[in-house]
Design a protein around this ligand. Structure first.
Ligand code: 2HA
Ligand code: ZN
Length: 263
């Protein structure tokens, strides 16, 4: 139905939606995914002939005028995004005014409640020239969220450094560490703004007491970084459950990783 590139983007989104469900990170409608598909946009997206909108955006997304996004739907379940992606996600096109969008993929599936954050992030990524970073993924990883309930872990780089020290892979595959966004109302412009503040330094951020958000070239890359951090959180938790504080890799061992992998 869609062109090959868009079909591939849909398949990747569905694949990762399945992982989020299997991981237990997507209770009910938890989490959301968006992919910038502007590069591949063509008439195949609007084959059904019908489109819905315009719907107003809260603010202008200047760099996204005319851009197209594949976005999971509000109130839709990740487990069904996995099994029937285009019944639970839609393609939207941002208006030339940068202030509205239309749903162009046929079914009137309204985008995620976190659309303000997703679009603000895509807008930001374009503004800094990171045009290959096309995916924004938000999910609810239980272990990592639990850690944000400890105020000590909310200090800058404290949680990221601890997680790096649990296993070499995390230092290697999540080289920028983990940003922290203090609690804000889900779906709010303030949450969007505070997230962007962190994305200059980090590709993964924790929304305090809410969830993780990652940017990546595709949904798999974004998922893998959160999955790696979650592995570290599991090691930490397992050690604590066994009754001891894990020693962690030393700063020297982590520096050695940094050198060896050119991080
Ligand atoms: O999509 O996870 O943050 C539901 C949410 C909101
Ligand atoms: Zn959420």
């Amino acid at each position: 139905m869609y062109n090959e590139e868009i079909e591939r983007a849909i398949a990747r989104m569905a694949e990762v939606a399945g992982y989020l469900w299997q991981r237990g990170w997507a209770e009910r409608n938890g989490g959301n995914i968006s992919c910038d598909i502007t590069e591949w946009a063509d008439d195949s997206m609007t084959q059904s002939g019908s489109s819905y909108g315009p719907f107003a955006l809260g603010r202008c997304v200047d760099r996204l005028r005319g851009a197209s996004f594949l976005v999971t739907g509000t109130n839709r379940r990740m487990r069904y995004v996995a099994s029937a992606p285009m019944e639970n996600a839609s393609i939207i096109r941002i208006g030339d005014d940068g202030l509205s969008y239309r749903i162009v993929s046929g079914e009137p599936i309204r985008p995620t409640s976190e659309l303000p954050a997703h679009l603000a992030i895509h807008n930001y990524l374009r503004s800094v020239g990171r045009t290959r970073v096309r995916t924004v993924l938000h999910t609810h990883p239980t272990d990592l969220i639990a850690m944000t309930h400890n105020p000590a872990f909310l200090q800058k780089d404290r949680l990221g450094t601890l997680l790096w020290s649990m296993i070499p892979e995390t230092r290697a595959f999540c080289p920028k560490g983990l940003g922290i966004v203090p609690y804000e109302l889900p779906g709010s412009e303030r949450l969007a703004d505070r997230t962007i503040e962190q994305l200059g330094d980090y590709d993964v951020v924790m929304w305090e007491k809410h969830g993780a958000l990652a940017v990546g070239e595709d949904p798999v890359e974004a998922f893998d970084m959160i999955d790696t951090l979650s592995k570290s959180a599991q090691i930490y938790l397992t050690a604590r459950a066994m009754g001891f504080e894990p020693a962690g890799m030393t700063a020297g061992q982590m520096d050695e990783m940094k050198e060896a992998f050119g991080l």
